[in-house]
Design a binder for this molecule. Sequence first.
Ligand code: C2E
Ligand code: CA
Ligand code: CA
Ligand code: CA
Length: 281
Amino acid sequence: AAKKSGHDAVVYDPASDRASDQNLSLLSELRQAVERNEFVLYVQPKIALSSTTVIGMEALIRWVHPERGMIFPDNFIPFAEKTGFIRVMTRWVLEQSAALCGQLLAQGIHLKMSVNLSTRDLLDQDLPNKFGDLLLRHDLTAASFCLEITESAIMDDPVRALQTLERLHAMQVELSIDDFGTGYSSLAYLKRLPVDELKIDKSFVMNMENDTDDAQIVRSTIDLGHNMGLRVVAEGIESVVVMKLLAEMGCDQGQGYFISRPMPAAKLADWISQWTPPALH
Ligand code: C2E
Ligand code: CA
Ligand code: CA
Ligand code: CA
């Protein structure tokens, strides 16, 4: 199930999944990667679209393999989820994210850190306790974090996922529905989830300047989110035209390559000090 891609990186291919030697070696490589500190925390800035100020960032994991170079999460996260190794990775990402928040706060930079959770994380009944412990150890409040979950992660086991989400929400952590519009959750279900933010999937955003269907989907999703009292975020902003369109549509926040590609966490403070927002009016 692990094969080589054009970039010579390990690729997990669920279509040919079986208990192969290659699977075992990928798992042992992931374990080693933790011991050898091969994971790197990348972050992508998130801005308020009305003021174009930087208000947050999303944590995105990278694996810098000693021989194969940079490996992107789509090539190992699905495998990590399947094997349960994702819990180790999530802990690592939360730990690094909390440390970064602390460092930024010490420099007077207040940003909300968005962290991606997987299905397995939502089914971990101990997650809220672990998260509370993390905040204590790093002297942070829950307001420093937003946890992103996908519709499909919730629908895997809605009852248990809802329990975890409600406990996290009771701790004042913000929750976001990621990749909105690509999953299969019903709107009735969405109504019952204790979420604060809805994140429109980049597949609708990237080409909305040319595709009127995409633009209509984005517009309707912004209105839907607002009518439900949610903050709406667009990911995948790749041009100033799309950024302006979203601002006109009243979308609250945005992220994308046009603003910044994900960067190593250590570079964020410098990037912020140099950020010159484009004129939107
Ligand atoms: P996601 O959560 O939907 O993250 C957004 C992805 O879109 C990121 O890819 C980001 O680099 C990319 N992106 C951001 N702006 C643009 C843009 O303007 N255009 C385009 N084409 N792409 C853009 P990345 O970093 O490769 O991550 C892929 C996925 O892997 C993430 O999708 C998320 O589902 C997962 N992932 C990444 N880091 C973590 C993690 O720490 N934990 C978990 N559970 N999943 C993670
Ligand atoms: Ca995300
Ligand atoms: Ca997304
Ligand atoms: Ca995704």
